[in-house]
Design a binder for this molecule. Structure first.
Ligand code: SAM
Length: 278
């Protein structure tokens, strides 16, 4: 018998999601968690970075995941319901830190958690965060620019497209976002809520057509998709010509694996990195 002892208590987190607040505390379990996450994420990160999956990259990934957990423990917003959870935050932090952008544009500020996280991941980057409603904005970083409105009406500051990362977490049509980014000569985009046609119920206002739907060869023109969520029935009709125009812009798509099986935290929302055809 190995009796479990209570050896300490953490401050209660008002509104915190209990499971997502939990985590290993001893060095052995923490090291194992990081190592397993690194192995799981490494193939997609190697593709995103266009770097061979060797010892050097693996050790950079391990260091970045360790850095994430240290940073995440100190997050100012303890409950980010409706925004990036632990698993998605981890992917966001790791991709931002490893791709090392000089300019980051975020569409979908929400409470301000992901903008704060991006600032921690990339201390030297210029960061602009957009939302059409600042009612929920609860944390502002002094060195992030918060814009009220849609990014499409904004002139990008001088930038190197190869060192610019745009992160869309705004529930807006992803084909439209792809076209807007391509029109501006951008290359590296990160999307949240990339759900397949048969899992659109997984989020409120799914950003249809999602990147996954643009790649779905089985969808036909005029086809109707419908789903139930929170007691309502939703419907959308496929416009194949529109989807194909956006799909032609895709050079590479890297879907990050869902980390839930490893972390046991709430499922992520289909974080997906996209490289636009030059
Ligand atoms: C899921 S929340 C963002 C969460 C945030 N990224 C985080 O994880 O901390 C989505 C946000 O997108 C915003 N939104 C909706 N339409 C938008 C648009 N056209 N441009 C920018 N933001 C928009 C909503 O107001 C909402 O605050």
């Amino acid at each position: 018998v190995n009796p479990i002892e209570i050896v300490g208590a953490l401050e209660q987190v008002p509104g915190g999601r209990k499971r997502d607040e939990a985590g290993p505390a001893d060095p052995y379990s923490r090291r194992r968690r990081t190592r397993r996450l690194a192995e799981f994420l490494a193939p997609s990160l190697s593709g995103i970075l266009r770097q061979p999956l060797d010892e050097a990259l693996t050790s950079r990934i391990i260091g970045t995941i360790d850095a994430f957990f240290a940073v995440y423990e100190a997050r100012p917003l303890r409950d980010n319901s409706g925004g990036a959870s632990v698993n998605d935050s981890l992917c966001l932090f790791v991709i931002a830190r490893l791709t090392d952008p000089a300019l980051i544009v975020e569409s979908g500020t929400g409470q301000g958690h992901s903008a704060w996280l991006l600032r921690q991941a990339c201390p030297a980057a210029e960061i602009h965060s957009f939302d059409i409603d600042h009612g929920a904005l609860a944390h502002r970083c002094p060195d992030v620019s918060y814009h009220l409105g849609d990014w499409s009406g904004w002139d990008l500051p001088p930038h190197d497209p190869a060192r610019t990362l745009v992160w869309f977490d705004d529930h807006v049509d992803q084909a439209r976002r792809l076209q807007e980014a391509a029109h501006r000569g951008l290359r590296g985009l990160l999307f949240d809520d990339v759900f397949s046609a048969d899992t659109l119920y997984a989020t409120g206002r799914p950003p249809v057509p999602t990147i996954a739907m643009l790649l779905d060869e089985a969808l036909t023109d005029g086809q109707e998709l419908s789903w139930h969520r929170n007691g309502k029935l939703y419907r959308v009709r496929i416009d194949l010509a529109y989807n194909k125009r956006a799909r032609a812009l895709l050079e590479e798509v890297w879907s990050l694996p869902d980390l839930t099986a490893l972390t046991r935290y709430s499922p992520g929302s289909g974080m997906t990195f996209v490289r636009i055809t030059p």
